[in-house]
Write a protein that binds this ligand. Structure first.
Ligand code: NAD
Length: 385
């Protein structure tokens, strides 16, 4: 029997609830779809508040080393207090492993609630650049010497006047960063037979960051010749590349979701769009995610630690379980991934849903997080080949 060692960070808040509901599903899925030839062994790791309490650091070296060695990990949500305290460990993890691609599939299936008339048209993959933009966290607090220095520099050297009581944030977006991200996404889209990639930007206003992102993505596409066509270069087949201004994009995903397939987004646009698109298929409890670099991939749900629900056995573990399915796909266990997805879809179709979906569906009695996990387990059968 082969043992697959998978590092897991259970995380804060509701992390424990969703992990308890998911663990056995993952273990059983691997055993059943490999006829007992493979099994998972978890490597429990700490990060965030739990790590701070236990080791006095948000991200212990041991956690970093274990992920580096395994090249994969699955993680639950980590709490980041707003305005002060510490910076986001989620962002830090993405930066130290250079996980420059964040992937968030948003796909409707029967049984999910949706505010749309035709939700079955929703099958959108959001790709979000993960290491640049305002998310780099280059910021100076209002009133600090650093903020004053930047304000003085802008005034005296650049001729730009900013109110002295401003906080300052810097939005870096590079040609190299955009190119490598765009290429990753183009290649993924071609390999997976997707039809359209849409660049989402606010280049009409932020010309040298968001506007440049758009230009650099088109530039990167040109090197693929016939394999990528654009509005200017039509009729050559391949993946179709177009672009939309971000505010319009938010309208489009609601008004015409069927027109959109793969979205290529800078960090912040992608962040906002991920949650907005999740709302089309039932919300954050359903939307999985993955972060990819050249060496490491970390799988995690789109949602945060939802502290007010922590320990109540209420939240939806679907997003975490589907993130696990993405991990299985990544390591080549395609049948396992399919079996997990099928079991989730069948469970929801059969009407077993947690509070978040039940309240949108109306007239449905919610099941607990743990009960949902047990229902999924019952539906878990190896895919018929
Ligand atoms: P959140 O995603 O934790 O919760 C927002 C709301 O979404 C919740 O109140 C709840 O109604 C719903 N929700 C979230 N997860 C759900 C689930 N599994 N099932 C059903 N409903 C669910 O976002 P927040 O309240 O803005 O952030 C809380 C904390 O999480 C913050 O510290 C934030 O920094 C952190 N966070 C972490 C990550 C991550 O670890 N990748 C992502 C986002 C936010």
């Amino acid at each position: 029997m082969e043992t697959i060692r998978v590092p897991v960070i259970i995380g804060d808040g509701t992390g424990e609830d969703i992990w308890n509901a998911s663990r056995e599903i993952f273990e059983e899925a691997v055993l059943r779809t490999t006829s007992g030839e493979k099994r998972i062994e978890w490597i429990p790791l700490l990060a965030g508040i739990k790590a701070l309490d236990a080791h006095g650091t948000l991200l212990p070296e041991e956690t970093v080393e274990a992920i580096k060695e395994s090249r994969i990990a699955i993680k639950g949500p980590l709490t980041t207090p707003v305005g002060g305290g510490f910076r986001s460990v989620n962002v830090y993890l993405r930066q130290i492993f250079d996980l420059y691609v964040c992937m968030r599939p948003i796909k409707y299936f029967d049984g999910l609630p949706s505010p749309l008339k035709e939700p079955s048209k929703v099958d959108i993959i959001i790709f979000r650049e993960n290491t640049e933009d305002l998310y780099r966290g280059i910021e100076w607090k209002e009133g600090t010497a650093e903020a004053q220095d930047v304000i003085d520099f802008l005034k005296h050297r650049m001729g730009v006047s900013i109110s002295r009581d401003s906080g300052i944030g810097i939005k870096p977006m590079s040609r190299a960063g955009t190119e490598r991200f765009s290429r990753w996404v183009f290649e993924w889209a071609m390999k997976n037979g997707r039809r359209t990639v849409t660049i989402v930007h606010k280049g009409n206003i932020m010309k040298f960051t968001e506007g440049a992102f758009r230009e650099w993505a088109y530039e990167a596409a040109r090197s693929y010749g016939d394999r990528i066509c654009t509005e200017e270069r039509t009729g050559i087949g391949g993946v179709f590349l177009n672009d939309r201004i971000a505010d319009n994009m938010f309208m489009q995903i609601i008004a015409r979701p069927g027109d959109y397939d793969v979205l290529l987004c800078p960090n912040l646009n992608g962040d906002y769009l991920s949650d907005a698109c999740a709302a089309l298929i039932g919300g954050l409890g359903v939307a999985p995610g993955a972060n990819f670099g050249d060496n490491v991939a970390i799988f995690e749900p789109t949602h945060g630690s939802a502290p007010k629900y922590a320990g109540k056995d209420m939240v939806n573990p679907t997003s975490f379980i589907l993130s696990g399915a993405m991990l299985f796909e990544h390591i080549g266990l395609l049948d396992t991934a399919r079996a997990v997805r099928n079991a989730i879809e069948e469970t929801i179709r059969a009407g077993a849903v947690t509070y978040d979906l039940a309240r949108q569906l109306g007239g449905v009695k919610p099941v607990k997080c743990s009960q949902f996990g047990r229902e999924v387990l019952k539906k878990l059968t190896p895919p018929v080949l």
